[in-house]
Design a protein. Structure first.
Length: 162
């Protein structure tokens, strides 16, 4: 019976096991040295030569929201089917919502629309947007606290969403 190439390698390896183990050890050592000398040559950093959808989206996001120095914000919506933005009840609901979110640990500020500057308010004046700016060193549980605060607000005639 004639052995193929793999059969001959297996037979030679079985006859000289220590030589085979030594050859493998030398091969692994050479591979480790060669891999160490590659450095960053296998790392892809901004070497994309074509425009991708994700790259375009990232560019738009950076242009609209700014770079990484821009603070993180949370939008809070106060809406009513009964009252409009100019009503005193709506103004009280906005203030109650602002106070509830501003009291949370990790909130730097809460910006609200006013009668003098009614932006952002919906065209029919039934909804207003508040913007909570998070502190740079906000606690990890702030997201849950925001959700709990939203769920806990009970304002008659109003709905609050974060």
């Amino acid at each position: 019976m004639k052995l193929g190439i793999t059969g001959r390698i297996a037979k030679a390896s079985a006859k000289r096991p220590w030589l085979t183990i030594g050859a493998w050890a030398v091969g692994i050592a050479i591979a480790a040295i060669a891999a160490g000398s590659l450095g960053d040559s296998l790392v892809q950093e901004d070497k994309v030569l074509t425009t991708t959808e994700s790259g375009t989206a990232d560019s738009i996001n950076t242009a609209v929201r700014g770079g990484t120095d821009v603070p993180v914000t949370e939008t809070i919506i106060v809406t009513s089917d009964t009252y409009t933005f100019t009503d005193a009840s709506f103004q009280q609901a906005i203030e109650a919502t602002r106070a509830a979110f501003a009291s949370l640990d990790g909130i730097a500020s809460v910006t609200v629309p006013t009668l003098d500057s009614p932006s952002p308010v919906s065209a029919d004046k039934s909804s207003a947007l508040l913007t909570a700016t998070l502190a740079r060193d906000h606690p990890d549980g702030l997201g849950a606290a925001l959700n709990d605060t939203t769920a806990g607000l009970r304002l008659e005639g109003f709905s609050v969403y974060a």
